[in-house]
Design a protein around this ligand. Structure first.
Ligand SMILES: [Zn+2]
Length: 414
């Protein structure tokens, strides 16, 4: 990943602050001389900017650098973790996850609560607001250091108006102005973005730049894209709606009305149904009972892990279908890797990873030019929430963040 260059024009202070903070974030610690080298800013500019950032509490001294020559040791600078906090919310139809990140991107508090299935969106928005307050308290983050809240929501969304349009499995939700409703309740700036875009952003932050697809396996299936170190958003920030790619014309009926969409075919509900039909699991599991399906799905996964057999075949068929979708995306966009994540991935990972890798080995076209990697996210089930918070931190580290936090007041600019 390349460090952005600064500009020595005075009027662009905010731009240069972001350039300097980002350079330090990428290297962990830098001296002022090194900062001038990597950013292209003058020594005087670096001196002014770093003084300002130290005063604002966003940077701190990190000891002296030993030099081999006779020159005096240089002071190193690093990010002050407590300088800023960002809240991330992942709204999944099954579970709401809230995290608080410090300025270095570390998760310092988290909580997840079941998504209430009330008819009134207000009930859920109240629950989210209360959870945000709890997690900020638990993180012991001073309110004036919390830059804002990022929400990762299922698509489609209207980013400009901060509206969730028609999320799957939340039947009462239609054109809910989630961003503004939440801002009113908690009094912090709020931004809304798509769940898979947030997840891709988190993965990029965690050090995985380049060109990749983030394949999310949860209550919905979707793809986030990073190409050439940049998160790809599309014309309306609704990139990655791959859940309705048909992988099995005889498969289960999807809520979109067609059969065999990859999103529906990879739901635990359908896999458990298949397991009952083939005798892997005993008959009589209520497929409309989420708790019962989850428990049955866990049994199916552990059976498949135990060794070859019908349970493993169910997972192998799913892997083959997912691999086909990944292959098409990867070939179309000349990608280097796929990163899997999401709650269902966490359960299937030990088996699905190898099976998808094997399926792609045989087929991936660009493989003859460069390798194609299959990986699971290192960020675990919180990847969506972490990503939503990282979109908020992006406002501090990117001179041109891809989504803007409304009403933003930078800590230190007051
Ligand atoms: Zn569908």
């Amino acid at each position: 990943m390349s460090v952005r260059r600064g500009t020595n024009l005075d009027r662009v202070g905010g731009f240069n602050d972001a350039v300097v903070l980002d350079a330090i974030r990428r290297s962990t610690r830098l001296s002022r001389v090194e900062l001038a080298e990597v950013t292209g800013l003058s020594g005087q500019a670096i001196s002014n900017i770093t003084r300002r950032l130290l005063e604002a509490g966003l940077l701190r001294d990190a000891g002296r650098q030993r030099t081999s020559g006779l020159g005096k040791p240089r002071t190193l600078l690093e990010l002050e973790p407590a300088g800023q906090y960002a809240v991330g919310v992942h709204l999944d139809p099954a579970v709401v996850t809230v995290v608080v990140l410090d300025l270095t991107g570390e998760v310092i508090a988290r909580r997840s609560v079941g998504t209430p299935h009330a008819d009134d969106p207000d009930v859920l928005i109240d629950r989210i607001a209360a959870t945000i307050e709890d997690v900020i308290t638990e993180a012991a983050a001073p309110r004036d250091r919390v830059t804002g809240v990022g929400i990762a929501a299922p698509g489609p969304i209207d980013v400009e108006r901060g509206v969730v349009v028609d999320p799957p499995n939340l039947s009462a939700w239609h054109l809910v102005p989630l961003r503004d409703e939440l801002r009113e309740r908690i009094g912090l700036p709020v931004l809304l973005d798509k769940d898979v875009t947030a997840a891709a952003s988190a993965e990029k932050w965690a050090g995985g730049g380049g060109s990749f697809v983030f394949f999310y396996l949860g209550t919905g299936v979707g793809a986030g894209l990073v190409i050439g170190d940049e998160v790809v958003r599309g014309s309306s920030s609704n990139v990655g709606e791959i859940g309705h790619v048909i992988v099995d014309p005889d498969g289960p009926v999807c809520y979109c009305g067609r059969r065999g969409c990859v999103g529906e075919a990879s739901q635990p509900r359908y896999l458990v149904q298949q397991a009952m039909q083939t005798g892997v699991l005993a008959q009589g599991i209520d497929l409309d009972d989420r708790g019962a399906v989850d428990a049955a799905f866990a049994r199916l996964c552990s059976e498949a892990e135990d060794g070859p057999g019908l349970a493993r075949e169910i997972v192998a068929v799913l892997a083959e279908r997912i691999a086909k979708v990944v292959e098409d995306i990867a070939n179309l966009l000349d990608l280097e890797r796929v990163v899997f994540g999401g709650p269902h991935w966490e359960q299937l990972a030990p088996l699905l990873g190898d099976a998808v890798r094997a399926a792609l080995e045989e087929r991936f076209l660009v493989r003859s030019v460069h390798p194609f990697e299959v990986a699971g996210t290192a960020l675990g089930v919180d990847v969506g929430a972490i990503g939503a918070a990282s979109l908020v931190l992006d406002q501090t580290f990117s001179p041109n963040p891809s989504v803007l936090l409304p009403d933003r007041e930078l800590v230190g600019e007051r």
